[in-house]
Design a protein around this ligand. Structure first.
Ligand code: NDP
Ligand code: 8X3
Length: 252
């Protein structure tokens, strides 16, 4: 890295996004952090200091995304690295029993929010001749499991969108990386997915050593700090306690 890049992290009020923020901050990067929870953003702004610029942002709101990015102060406006991390799963029910409102929220956040941020920030990267977009996927985007329905589908979109971005960006120096973590603990992901059922959320990680948010931050940071001619297309990481399972066969 020459001058420390400007990094824009969506969903930085918790979990992976916060760990990614701390990892890049350790390099002296300037970082725009966003999320919906203003109290968290205020506290983080105070804690992390002047290299951070915190903005309340719901990535589902296209006008808000475009307006917030257009009005960044000059020190933070030339974004070098966009980490499209904001996302969530809602529910674990099978498709016929799932809430269609939950599907809407996942599609609006994981797919449309990611597209809005990308579409708003990408032209500046191309014009400046430097940039890197890191999209947060999941193993759920590749491996099917019961109850994964719309969440896994949304992450499969992110994976293919990342590859298609690379195809569009050929001939430019802008890089794209898709990161697909497996079981990861120490974040709010399961509390959100299980709608506040703390006991159920804790049971997801019972007797396991899941990945940590710092493991994901390391991967993102590693991809972003390869030499400029190297594009890491995709990183899939799972904890050692996890592996893909066999295909289901119903005999009856
Ligand atoms: P957390 O729930 O801990 O963090 C999610 C972050 O996304 C929060 O900062 C939240 O902030 C933000 N967010 C959610 N919706 C919006 C929105 N509409 N606009 C802006 N920000 C939003 O989850 P993780 O850190 O675990 O997950 C981060 C990403 O990693 C997600 O995309 C998730 O799908 C993916 N992932 C997680 C795995 C895991 O097991 N933990 C494994 C694989 C992938 P706020 O509420 O303040 O808006
Ligand atoms: C989160 C990982 O396996 O719970 O994306 O879908 S999983």
């Amino acid at each position: 890295m020459q001058t420390p890049p400007v990094v824009f992290v969506t969903g930085a009020t918790a979990g992976f996004g916060l760990a990614i923020t701390r990892r890049f901050l350790a390099d002296g990067c300037r970082i725009v952090i966003c999320g919906r929870r203003v109290d968290r953003l205020d506290a983080l702004q105070k804690e992390l200091g002047d290299l951070v610029h915190a903005i309340p942002l719901d990535v589902r709101d296209r006008e808000d995304v475009e307006g917030a990015i257009a009005s960044l102060p000059p020190a933070f406006s030339d974004i070098d690295i966009l980490v499209n991390n904001a996302g969530l799963a809602l529910g674990t029910l099978s498709a016929a029993h799932a809430e269609v409102d939950d599907w809407d929220v996942m599609v609006d956040t994981n797919i449309k929010g990611l597209m809005y941020c990308t579409h708003t920030i990408l032209p500046g990267m191309i014009a400046r001749g430097r940039g890197h977009i890191v999209n947060m996927g999941s193993v759920a985007g590749e491996f099917a499991y019961p109850g994964g329905n719309a969440y896994g589908g949304s992450k499969a979109f992110v994976r293919q969108f990342s590859k298609n971005l690379r195809a569009d960006l050929i001939g430019t120096p802008v890089r794209v990386t898709y990161v697909a973590p497996g079981l990861s603990g120490g974040t709010e992901f399961s509390q959100v997915r299980l709608k506040g059922d703390e006991a159920k959320a804790a049971s997801v990680y019972q007797d396991t050593q899941p990945l940590s948010a710092d493991d994901i931050a390391d991967s993102v940071h590693w991809a972003a700090t390869r030499p400029a001619h190297v594009n890491i297309n995709e990183i899939t990481l799972m904890p050692v306690c996890q592996a893909p399972g066999p295909m289901a066969v119903h005999r009856g």
